[in-house]
Write a protein that binds this ligand. Sequence first.
Ligand code: ZN
Ligand code: ZN
Ligand code: ZN
Ligand code: ZN
Length: 478
Amino acid sequence: MNKFNNKCSVEKNEQLGRYVVAVQDIDEGETILTEKSILIFPVLGDETQRCCQCFKKTGDICKSCKKFPICASCGPHNDFECQILQKLDKMPRKLSNVFGVIRCLIQMENFENVEFAEVFDSMEAHQTERRGTAIWKTHHKTTIEPLLQSNIKSLIKSVDVDTDLLQRICGVFDVNSFEIRAPGGLGCLRSLFPYAALLAHDCVANTMVSIDDHFQMKISSNRPIKAGEMVTYCYTNPLWGTSKRRESLLVGKYFNCMCKRCEDSSELGSHMSSVLCPSCSEGALIIRNFNWRCIECNTIEDPIKVEEIVADAEVSVKESEGNLRLLETTLRRYSKILHTNHHLLVDLKQNVCAILRKLIMNPAFNPNVELLQRKAQLCGEILEVLKIVQPGISRMKAIALQEFAMPTADIARMQFDSGKITKEQLKKTLEKCQQDLKEAARMLFYEPVESPEGQLARNIMLDLKELQEEIKDVGSWE
Ligand SMILES: [Zn+2]
Ligand SMILES: [Zn+2]
Ligand SMILES: [Zn+2]
Ligand SMILES: [Zn+2]
């Protein structure tokens, strides 16, 4: 049964609809909800042929209905679904557009699964706000028209299959679905978790989500939650700036985020949207009463000019993607214009780190100290931002911490070998790295064992063991 732990309660009000609140103090890392997905379907436009049961890639199609793909280890196809599909005369060409809707209709038809229709009914679709919008028209063309041209209406008897119902299903998918990793980490899928979807949004949420290979979701508190506090989840990318986060929430979830971070023009002091002041070149320009004002010298800057700078930077960041030299040039250039924590610089830094990571992992490549220093420096800078916008247990923070600690240890070893640092300095650095790795492992403890993060946690444990030996060794040197 899918249930919140007994320290939480589901409440309802005009503004938020249903939401979840802590009725008792909750400790950091407590499991708040475990829930099995009620529906899984492809991301729009992803035509990867996946088994309708396990969602692994497969070339096989069910031999009885010849409609849904099913792999050898999952077959035969579920009887109830297969029999309806056998009678479906015209299967729309692009399965990714209709798979979820067809399965949803068949579930509604399935009297053995009364709970499904009930739960689905209770989910928000924002039908009124969506009517006639671009997304409505897209769904109509790609999903609804092809379905209405088939005989599906005559096969589903428990509900009236018309444009309104089909739009509502698409709306429920868009508003409530969680993007999850496909099995084996190959691409993404969308999935419905109706209980998890009850959590209200906050850009600095107090819970974290992990999903295992069996599509079971676990939500845990990422920091202590006080009785009376709302239990929240972040439905957008915390590494975006406020305007992009707010826009994605408005367009996708139909609300204007008024969380503490969104309402604070310095984004809780992280300055992830701040531009450097052209007058004093040190202060940060933040938006106040529709004006960009320097927090140091009070200079006011024309908002149009600031918008232009950010728009130009955005183009440069896009153009630099995948090219290390170009990324570094863009990073240097915009470090003089944008605040060091600006989300576009963070994006660039992450891109550079990804390329450096690949280089370091390549066994044929011997990274020099400068390259390792660059990696450690950038990961350290990203970590500082994460500490503000992800204050509790965080997967992103754990990864950054590990990626900071490993090259830092390597640098110290190289410097010791070349006589640049003493034995004591080496030992001290290694001990600090040990601390960082322990902290990273602690935060990854909540990840499913078979996930890439679970694997990373195991690797960190192995690295920690070696590091412990090494520290003991260094300590015993004469
Ligand atoms: Zn399968
Ligand atoms: Zn079948
Ligand atoms: Zn917000
Ligand atoms: Zn200034």
